[in-house]
Design a protein around this ligand. Structure first.
Ligand code: EPZ
Length: 423
């Protein structure tokens, strides 16, 4: 079980390239099923969740292999429409394959993806939309038996702007006859990346980034080459690392427009952030100021995925900051671990109050989930002494190599294979 050793207390200085976006490439990998051809995904991040998606594609009879930092996928050989329970459980977002399999095969069988560390992860909005498009779904007994002899375009309205439901319905709508509109759609930049991928393969999708996405069905899609957008949450993580430790960094390839609410908060805290050299430059003082309440919300609101890493960056700030986590019910699991480093954080339901302390101390801390694990690394960079971060498998789900990237920014961080018991 890999662990991370981090020596904190020194400011950062350096630059790193930002990986391709996990939350864009996962729905795009599902969308490759619609093409029935060869797709080359450039800037594809090497992540555990991408590996899980590759296993699903191969289990469905498709081919997927790496060529440098491109992933080559060929879905011509698709010969199945069922995803095993084991594969479904490997990755919570595997439900995203449902719409594409239905559109391509007219049927699908997969188990409920189940909850995750962040709390229940229902897919009722996905299923309701697919049923309105004409799918018959028997969701008893933990397995989804889906049939769609014919999918017909409809005007759909989402009960809430769910990212996954928007993406699943965009993919299913590509397989319908007629036009589908998805109102109250999620507006995240990853939705626009999916739209760009689909259109590059011959689809006709519009409106991504607004609250209404329109898909013209009945079009035959083909393969092609596509470059995945930069990961805005990885970029937010590394900006928060610089904010936490102080110093000056450059994130090559990061697009500030994708994380404007995060950079706005970091500027309020005292960081100097500019769009530079095809990326984002960030200069942070030794100690930040506390900021106005941070409320997570669907895009363009403050991203829930950046809540933990921003909290970690503010642990030594002057004053107190109120966080309100409005997307997931259990997304403060990193708080207990941050407290081991000397953080002062009080949680009551959806609210967490972070009161800045003068110093943090290195400690042995356990990753509880993907972004909570990244937050422990961010905090450890500001802590005096050495921290050991274990159960880092959570971090590998969304970061290609967080130690490589933070070392590029000047951090003293390395992987170790020592057994946890030596802590
Ligand atoms: C996506 O998850 C991201 N994952 C998450 O990133 C991200 O936190 C989330 O969007 C919100 O931005 C991927 O893109 C792979 P949702 P998703 O459907 O699609 C409720 C990370 O750290 N809901 O927008 O699952 C749901 O319970 C991960 O990279 C329903 O009630 O998010 C949640 O409270 C974590 N019914 C809220 O909506 C549904 O049918 C937002 O969920 C679907 C969702």
């Amino acid at each position: 079980m890999s662990q991370l050793l981090i020596k904190g207390g020194s400011p950062l200085a350096g630059e790193t390239a930002v990986q391709g976006a996990k939350n864009s490439v996962l729905p795009i990998l599902a969308a490759t099923l619609l093409t029935g051809g060869q797709v080359a995904l450039q800037n594809c991040p090497r992540l555990r969740d991408v590996d899980a998606s590759i296993r699903i594609l191969r289990a469905l009879g498709c081919d997927a292999r790496w060529e440098g930092d491109s992933l080559l996928v060929d879905t011509a050989g698709l010969n199945g429409c069922a995803i095993s329970d084991i594969l479904m459980r490997e990755m919570r977002s595997s439900a995203i394959f449902l719409g594409a399999i239905l559109a391509r095969c007219g049927q699908a069988e997969l188990s409920y993806p189940g909850g995750c560390e962040l709390g229940p992860r229902p897919i009722d909005l996905h299923l309701a939309g697919l049923r309105e498009l004409g799918a018959e779904i028997d969701d008893t007994g933990g397995t989804l038996h889906c049939r769609a002899a014919r999918l017909v375009g409809r005007d759909l309205v989402l009960g809430l702007p769910s990212v996954g439901a928007t993406e699943n319905l965009m993919l299913a709508a590509c397989g319908t006859e007629g036009v589908t509109t998805i109102a109250n759609a999620a507006r995240e930049p990853e939705i626009a990346d999916l739209q760009d991928f689909l259109n590059a393969c011959g689809a006709r999708v519009s409106g991504a980034g607004t609250s209404t996405v329109t898909v013209e069905g009945g079009r035959r899609l083909h393969g092609g080459t596509f470059t995945v957008m930069p990961d805005r949450i990885a970029a937010a993580t590394y900006l928060c690392a610089a904010a936490s430790a102080g110093g000056e960094v450059l994130l090559r390839g990061a697009r500030e427009r994708d994380l404007a609410t995060v950079t706005a908060v970091l500027r309020e805290a005292g960081c100097h952030i500019t769009a530079e050299a095809g990326g984002i430059a960030c200069a942070c003082p030794g100690r930040l100021k506390a900021v106005r309440p941070v409320r997570t919300a669907p895009y363009p609101g403050f991203p829930t995925d950046a809540q933990a890493v921003l909290m970690a960056a503010l642990l030594r700030s002057r004053g107190a900051t109120v966080f309100e986590e409005n997307i997931f019910t259990n997304r403060y699991r990193h708080v207990d671990e941050l407290t081991r480093m000397g953080a002062d954080i009080r949680v009551a339901g959806r609210v967490a109050v972070v009161t800045g302390v003068k110093t943090l101390c290195g400690a042995a801390v356990r990753c509880t989930d993907l972004r909570g694990g990244a937050a422990l690394c961010v905090a450890a960079l500001a802590a005096e002494g050495e921290s050991r971060v274990f159960e880092t498998c959570h971090i590998d789900r969304g970061y290609e190599d967080i130690a490589r990237d933070l070392r590029g920014l000047g951090a003293d961080i390395r992987w170790t294979e020592e057994d946890r018991l030596t802590i």
